[in-house]
Design a protein around this ligand. Structure first.
Ligand code: 5GP
Length: 231
């Protein structure tokens, strides 16, 4: 039985305490206003995300990921998703340039962590801790601090891993969930749909901004990310 249908993935009930998360070929931008379907995109993202989750698990991050079932499925632990998007930025680009007077390409050191409320009807608005708590999105400030701490750890692990492959991790979005025992687990996906990747040498965009900005060759660049990370 399907328990959730997102813009690019579907979640189906699995055996025991598992869900089956299926990566679809759909691509959306602008809260679903712009849509396309690219044959093979789901499989590329499923492979790429599986590799990143394996790297993160090896580095000690607790996640929902159990195993990859090619071509498009992840078997994951059942979690209740926390309705927050945790965004980490190493370089200024995208939405932050519309909100603050940063310049395109400016480096953030330390990295910036922001949180948004996961709700397309409100365009996933950025929020502060007081609003997150008033919405019931998190239990307390300690939990929000934990989300920020894990996100910064994910950033260090993946930035280093990707740099060795000639890719700059510009920014990314994470989602978390709680399992039945209340453990906080990294969930969802880590893919070129949810991260910005730039080629270290050329600065070429290797992520969903190719679709958002009509740059073309979306799958070719996803395939190149997959090749470089050895997924
Ligand atoms: P921005 O806030 O600049 O639009 O996005 C920052 C980073 O978070 C980018 O890597 C972007 O891909 C990711 N991100 C933010 N919101 C969403 C979202 O609703 N869906 C997806 N797939 N990625 C998001």
């Amino acid at each position: 039985m399907e328990v959730y249908k997102g813009k690019a993935k579907s979640v189906i009930e699995g055996d025991g305490d598992t869900y089956v998360m299926e990566f679809r070929n759909d691509l959306t931008a602008g809260d679903g206003a712009k849509k396309a379907s690219k044959e093979g995109k789901g499989a590329l993202n499923a492979e790429i995300s599986a590799k990143f989750f394996e790297v993160l698990i090896d580095a000690g991050i607790d996640t929902h990921f159990i195993r990859f079932e090619p071509p498009t499925k992840h078997i994951v632990k059942r979690v209740k998703i926390i309705p927050l998007e945790v965004i980490c930025r190493n370089i200024a680009t995208g939405s932050i340039l519309k909100r603050y007077p940063f310049t395109q390409g400016q480096k953030f050191n330390p990295p910036l962590v922001e949180m948004g409320y996961k709700d397309d009807a409100y365009h996933d608005p950025f929020l502060n801790d007081a609003v997150a708590l008033a919405l019931g999105a998190a239990r307390d400030v300690a939990e929000l601090d934990k989300l920020r701490e894990i996100t910064l750890k994910v950033n260090s692990i993946l930035s280093k891993f990707l740099l060795e492959k000639g890719i700059t991790l510009v920014d990314f979005k994470l989602e978390f969930g709680r399992d039945k025992d209340g453990n906080l687990l990294l969930a969802d996906e880590v893919t070129p749909d949810t991260c910005r990747f730039w080629d270290v040498e050329t600065g070429e965009i290797m992520d969903k901004d190719r679709f958002r900005q009509d740059l073309g060759d979306v799958r070719e660049f996803y395939r190149e990310v997959k090749r470089r990370i050895g997924a």
